[in-house]
Design a binder for this molecule. Structure first.
Ligand SMILES: Nc1ncnc2c1ncn2[C@@H]1O[C@H](COP(=O)(O)OP(=O)(O)OP(=O)(O)O)[C@@H](O)[C@H]1O
Ligand SMILES: N[C@@H](CCO)C(=O)O
Length: 293
């Protein structure tokens, strides 16, 4: 048996739609795999009642097929599905690493990115890699058609998860089909600022670089209470706040000393909007880890 832990991730970071991602140091999924003649799946943990065990509908089934590695796969969910925290990607990445070990396929972490992205295609219809890349490689990742670039960043974060479900598929339907040149220039400038901030491990630059005028405004409308939560986090010291992945989680960047205050302000603002929520005080973390062989 092989057991792998893969972390939650936050994709986009505002200005880097479908390109930027970060691994979070918590929460995480744990996946156990054992060789079998055909793939079967068991799911326990947070939100497991909403996750199919049919290998054609669970992301890990697509990963097992892509690696030609049938197995009994047990998923212990720590990352709630439809959270905007890369729940499906955590399972995909963990399964890719575990099955690669189990069957001695010898693929590198970089080579596993397109394999794990096959799982994302099962849930959203597109094999985007911006969650699976950080879940596999850790740190801050830039995923493009040319491959993945990583930065071993260390940035404090708060991820606030409301009791609302937004599926990636639905959130992709509201993405505008075009953007003005002014908005494009603004977004490119912010994305470049964010990348420099990650390299310098500077939360102020990262926060300033998250602002996006193209995708985030449309998606914010799917999250009850978003605008109040964003304002409250900024007032409490966050340097930037945006929608995490496809939502509904809201991601804040701040100095480590301000995390508790920012998390409290976000929870209070969701509460004012009558939305229950929980906050993870976290930071940019490591990629998938093998527990036992
Ligand atoms: N192993 C799995 N773990 C989580 N969700 C799964 C899994 N397999 C299939 N799914 C389905 O995928 C959907 C959740 O994925 P989705 O991409 O919408 O959310 P997410 O991964 O939390 O968000 P995001 O990618 O925006 O961070 C749910 O419909 C769930 O049933
Ligand atoms: N980049 C993707 C991440 C969610 O899986 C999106 O925002 O739709």
């Amino acid at each position: 048996m092989v057991t792998v832990r893969a972390p939650a991730t936050s994709a986009n970071l505002g200005s880097g739609f479908d390109v930027f991602g970060v691994a979070l140091d918590r929460p995480a999924d744990i996946v156990h795999v054992e060789r079998a003649d055909r793939t079967t799946i068991e799911v326990t943990g947070v939100g497991s009642q909403y996750i199919p065990t049919d290998p054609d509908r669970n992301v890990v089934g697509a990963v097992a097929e892509a690696l030609d590695a049938p197995a009994h796969i047990r998923i212990d969910k720590g990352v709630r599905p439809s959270s905007g925290l890369g729940s499906s990607a955590a399972s995909s990445a963990a399964a890719a690493v575990a099955l690669n070990e189990l069957y001695d396929r010898g693929l590198s972490r970089e080579e596993l990115v397109p394999v794990a992205a096959e799982g994302e295609a099962v849930v959203s219809g597109e094999a985007h890699a911006d969650n699976v890349a950080p879940a596999l490689l850790g740190g801050f990742t830039v995923a493009t058609d040319e491959g993945v670039t990583t930065v071993d960043a260390d940035i404090p974060l708060v991820a606030c998860l409301p009791e609302i479900a937004v599926s990636t598929r639905d959130a992709r339907r509201v993405v505008p089909s075009d953007a003005s040149i002014e908005d494009m220039v603004h977004t490119v400038g912010r994305a470049a600022t964010l990348a420099v901030g990650m390299c310098r491990r500077d939360p102020d630059l990262v926060g300033a670089g998250m602002d996006d005028r193209v995708v985030t405004p449309a998606r914010a409308e799917l999250i009850n209470g978003y605008h109040g939560v964003r304002e409250a986090a900024l007032d409490a010291g966050a340097s930037g706040v945006t929608v995490s992945g496809a939502g509904p989680s809201v991601l804040g960047v701040c100095q480590a000393a301000d995390r508790t205050r920012v998390a409290g302000a976000m929870l209070e603002a969701f509460d004012e909007a009558d939305v229950d929520a929980r906050a993870y005080k976290t930071r940019v973390g490591r990629g998938a880890e093998v527990f036992e062989l």
